[in-house]
Structures are given as C-alpha cells and as structure tokens.
Design a protein around this ligand. Structure first.
Ligand SMILES: Nc1ncnc2c1ncn2[C@@H]1O[C@H](COP(=O)(O)OP(=O)(O)O)[C@@H](O)[C@H]1O
Ligand SMILES: [Mg+2]
Length: 366
C-alpha cells in the first residue's frame, strides 16, 4: 500500500512562506495531479514528498509510515523531471540502469528490469544510443524508464511534458496514462496545463499561493468549483466572469441584473443573497448560444472570430466593456465589428460573491 498523506505541510525559504499548510490524502494507486499557476508551490510540494526539500513543519506519510526524516532514496519514490536529467555520455541502457548498478543489483535482475521498462516504453531499438541521438519525447521516455526500474511505490512527475511540442505532448500524455493503468502505482503529477490535469487525473489538487483551493475529480471541479479561482483555472477556454447584481425573488429564485440592462432568473438552490448584492456571474464559453435568446440574453460587439473548423471562437465586448468568449460549432459565422446577441441558459450559470466564493453552481443535468 502506498497512499500518501500530507498533514499541515509547511515550507518556508528564509522568511518567505511558500507552502502554507497543506492537508491531502492521495489513495493507493491513484493518479493525482497538482495544478496551479507558475510559482504557486507545485514543485516545492512535490520535492518535499520526494525528500529533496525539507519540511519546515508538518507530516508526510507514505504507506502509513512517517517519512519526514527518511532519506529520499529510502522513501520508495522515484521522480521524473521536466529537464530529463540524463547522463549525456551514457547510453540509453546505461542511463536507465544507473541507479540499479549503483545499488549493486545483480546483473540478471538489472537485465530483467531493463527489458521490462524498455518493452513498456518501446525503447528496445534505442538502448545503445546516447541521449544526443534521441528526440525530446524519446529522452523523456528514458527518464521515465529510469524511474520504472526502481520499482517505486510512488511515481512523482514534475511537468514531464513541458519541453515537448504539442503533438508529442498528447502522445506522451496517453502513454503515461497507459503506464499508470499497467503499473497501478500511486502517481503524483505536477502540471500547469489544465488539459493535462483534466485528461490524466483521478483526482486534481488545485493549488494557489501555497494553499489548496479545491480537491476533486476533473468533472467535479469543472461542474462544481468552490470559488472563482478554480472556476477560472479549470476549463479551456476559461469561464467568462460578468459583473452583476443579485436580488432575492419570489419562489426560490434570484434575479441577476447584467450589463446592458438585461437580466436572468436563477434557481436560488436554497442560497441567500441580499437585495442588490454585488456578484459575479460565471458562464463557460461552450454554454453560451448564438441566435436564440434562451433564459437570458447578452448583447455585445463582435471583436474577433476564430474559425477553427471543428469550432468557432467568438470574442466580444459587452455594454460595460467587459470581454466575453463564446465557443460555437464550426459552421457558425458572424461579421467582425457587428452587434451580436448571446443566449444564456440559466442552468449553466454560476454565481460568486464579492470575495470570489461560490454562491451557487449551475446544474447542466437539469
Ligand atoms: N530554493 C528556493 N529558495 C527560495 N525560494 C524558492 C526556492 N525554490 C522555490 N522558491 C520559490 O517558491 C515559490 C514556489 O516555487 P515552485 O514550487 O517552483 O512553484 P511552481 O512549481 O508551482 O511553479 C516561487 O516563488 C519560488 O521562487
Ligand atoms: Mg514547478
């Protein structure tokens, strides 16, 4: 069993607090993704789990065993870095088996592990090459192979695909997901790319400035964000935020007044607003409609249209000057500079208070 538990984990560099009290449970065999903007502390937290960074305070357990004072090599973890960190003068085979050779592992065991890893990663034909003779994707596979032969209980990945081009990223993403299915090990994977997070994770941990904003499955975070930060970070293109005022209405409803004098009525879901409360209405670009009024209507001026074939992206500005992005099907066209109306389904609308906390989430299943 290799569940990973963090209890009130803190890390300061000098007087600067970087990790500010993180509590987290990663289940055995789970694929957990840490996501968040650059500088929020993802790598620091991962390095603390790896034993490459000391805890300022707090606890870490792996498989129920306290780990804060255990050497990195004895934690049963293996880390894969963005920079690959391969030895340039060694062949692929030598790079993969370096750790085993240092640990004086018997030769037949080394050969077995090398075969297992190279088969899994399709590195067989490349074993005698040097890193300089490999593509970026192949180098990253070697770095992953080096982690696999150590047979860790927990794999730690720090933005392993960031140096690869877009096509290769998609391919490697699928390979790592398959690897997880085959090995069934616990994996913690750091990325700033929310598409990677959505597609790979069993569980996403959204970090912001050294604290967890929310933990949940990809679809939980997409449908039920706790706050504007998570709502804006998960989902691509990102959720639209529109300044509005809310007032309670009869029959369990909330009236929301929007820029340009339009309004929309939402189910209050048992939540309270005060009369004229300043709120932010959130609606995702894929949920706005074009050419039908729906439950509410936004009027804007079309600034830019991007025809991507599979879809069309519209960027408009509203009466109050705020921006709106809309994702429509690939056949939709509109003239740049023209006035345009967007329909809003009430069930797709989220409401946030002035502090950015969720008042209510839409419910698309309705
Ligand atoms: N060794 C260090 N000394 C001082 N500050 C550091 C050190 N390592 C990281 N930091 C700071 O900690 C913050 C979080 O860094 P990091 O964990 O690398 O973020 P992320 O991986 O989310 O981009 C950054 O502000 C960074 O400058
Ligand atoms: Mg980082």
């Amino acid at each position: 069993m290799a569940n990973v538990t963090l209890h009130n984990a803190r890390k300061s560099f000098g007087s600067v607090d970087i990790i500010k009290g993180v509590n987290l449970e990663v289940a055995d065999g789970e694929f957990c993704v840490f996501v968040g903007p650059s500088g929020c502390g993802k790598s620091t937290l991962l390095r603390m789990i790896a034993g490459l960074e000391e805890f300022t305070s707090g606890d870490l357990k792996i498989g129920g065993m306290p780990m804060v004072n255990v050497q990195s090599a004895d934690r049963g973890v293996a880390m894969v870095f963005q920079s690959y960190a391969l030895y340039p003068h060694m062949t692929v085979a030598q790079n993969i088996t370096f750790g085993l050779r240092m640990a004086k592992t018997p030769a037949d065991e080394i050969a077995k592990q090398l075969k297992h890893a190279s088969d899994m990663l399709q590195l067989g034909p490349l074993l005698e090459r040097k890193p300089s003779q490999l593509s970026g994707g192949q180098r990253q596979r070697v770095a992953i192979g080096r982690a696999i032969v150590r047979q860790p209980e927990v794999f730690l990945f720090d933005e392993p695909l960031s140096n690869l081009d877009a096509n290769l990223r998609v391919q490697m993403r699928i390979e790592i997901t398959k690897l997880h299915q085959d090995l069934k090990s616990t994996m913690i994977y750091v990325t700033h790319d929310q598409v990677e997070a959505m597609t790979m994770a069993d569980k996403i941990v959204v970090l912001n400035a050294g604290l967890i904003e929310q933990v949940g499955s990809p679809l939980e975070l997409y449908h039920r964000p706790n706050n504007m930060f998570v709502a804006g970070f998960i989902g691509s293109p990102k959720m639209n935020f529109i300044k509005a005022t809310a007032s309670p209405a009869k029959g369990g409803k909330i009236n929301v007044a929007l820029p340009g004098g339009t309004k929309i009525v939402l189910d209050d879901q048992g939540r309270q607003v005060t009369d004229g409360q300043a709120v932010t209405l959130g609606i995702r670009p894929e949920h706005l409609t074009i050419g039908e009024k729906n439950d509410g209507e936004l009027k804007g001026t079309l600034r830019i249209a991007e025809y991507l074939g599979s879809e069309t992206m519209f960027y408009a500005s509203l009466a109050d000057g705020s921006d709106l992005s809309v994702k429509a099907d690939g056949l939709t066209t509109a003239k740049q500079g023209s006035d345009i109306k967007f329909g809003m389904p009430a069930k797709a609308c989220h409401l946030f208070d002035a502090a950015g906390k969720t008042i209510l989430n839409g419910d698309l299943s309705k």
